[in-house]
Design a protein around this ligand. Structure first.
Ligand code: NAP
Length: 310
């Protein structure tokens, strides 16, 4: 079977073009959508993510600013930062880049975001809206997964969807979004018994555990659609050769950087058994930033009482 590659990068690029047109419409009405990104400390991965978010804002026409509190900030001090952004009329969206340093109570900070500016969709009010099927701001990565599936015309209604991973950021909201599309959803986690047997039921399998290539051949039913959310680094050359046999580009990347990315699904298994799958990188990852742009514009419009078509 020749598996279809679900090109997340291309879908994300299209969503960003749509966002740019949408932003132009808003600006024509005098609105200046604005995103504030809070980046605490110097986590190198977070710095890279924030840079790409700010760059995407510039491309789309969303104004942006970056706030960089010190690594040692307390929960109360960070709540103050968030509340000052809540109070600002010119700010439509607030994104607190996760993870936060250990001393900060992440949930307390997220709970103090104004829900209408919570463009990452992690405030309990937004998660509640998702649970109850109301329109709102859905977390960006799971919203991106839905976009990949829908824009690739993967049928969801009535089909078995298995989601592995139950985080608030990815797994749980992904399960709720699939349920809202009338898929029959099973949500798995580290205590699920015989994970392989449960996964083999899937027409659509979403893997979001953060465990490199854990999902192997014995987890996949032939013809399954695989959405691989995992982003893990492989640093041993023998692993690169094992999972990407004969892939000169991967090996060259490993030689250049000392590592290469791999998802939670063994890429050999996806190629062999899946009808369609998202690659890593270039699958789910690019959608996260694209959906942040889309959510920021949704927030900007909602705050001004403008309909989606305006
Ligand atoms: P997380 O908060 O660490 O959650 C991991 C989930 O996987 C937990 O629910 C855990 O179960 C489950 N799990 C762990 N080991 C398992 C196993 N052996 N079998 C079954 N379930 C297992 O991670 P996350 O934030 O959801 O992220 C998951 C992955 O997605 C990571 O690789 C992350 O880097 C990636 N990610 C990618 C993007 C993107 O834009 N591409 C965005 C976000 C995250 P328990 O609840 O029982 O502990």
């Amino acid at each position: 079977m020749s598996a279809q590659v679900l090109d997340g990068a291309a879908i994300a690029a299209l969503i960003r073009v749509e966002a740019r047109l949408d932003c132009e419409r808003l600006r024509a009405r005098g609105a200046k959508p604005r995103l504030a990104v809070v980046l605490v400390g110097n986590n190198p991965a977070s710095e890279i993510y924030v840079r790409s978010k700010i760059k995407a804002c510039a491309e789309v026409g969303i104004e942006s600013e970056k706030l960089t509190p010190e690594e040692g900030i307390s929960t109360a001090e960070l709540v103050e930062v968030v509340e000052s952004l809540n109070a600002r009329e010119d700010v439509d969206g607030i994104l607190v880049q996760l993870p936060l340093p250990k001393q900060v109570e992440t949930r307390q900070v997220l709970e103090r975001l104004a829900p209408e500016k919570d463009v990452d969709g992690l405030h309990p009010a937004n998660l509640g809206r998702l649970l109850s099927g109301r329109a709102g701001l859905a977390p960006c990565t799971p919203a991106g997964i839905l976009q990949i599936l829908k824009r690739s015309r993967i049928e969801l209604a009535g089909r078995e969807a298995v989601v592995v991973g139950r985080s608030e950021l990815v797994g749980k909201p992904a399960a709720l979004l699939l349920l809202a599309e009338n898929a029959t959803v099973t949500l798995c986690h580290s205590r699920t018994r015989d994970l392989a047997a449960v996964c083999r039921r899937a027409d659509i399998l979403v893997a979001a555990m953060g465990k490199p290539a854990l999902i192997g051949r014995e987890y996949l039913r032939p013809g399954v659609v695989v959405v691989d959310v995992g982003t893990n680094r492989l640093s041993a050359r023998s692993d690169v050769e094992k999972y990407f046999p004969g892939d000169a580009a991967r090996l060259a990347e490993w030689e250049r950087r000392g590592s290469t990315l791999i998802g939670d699904v063994d890429p050999r298994a996806s190629r062999e058994f899946a009808a369609a799958y998202t690659p890593v990188p270039g699958g789910v990852g690019p959608l996260t930033v694209a959906m942040l742009m889309s959510n920021t514009l949704t927030a900007a419009r909602a705050r001004r009482g403008l309909a989606a078509s305006v």
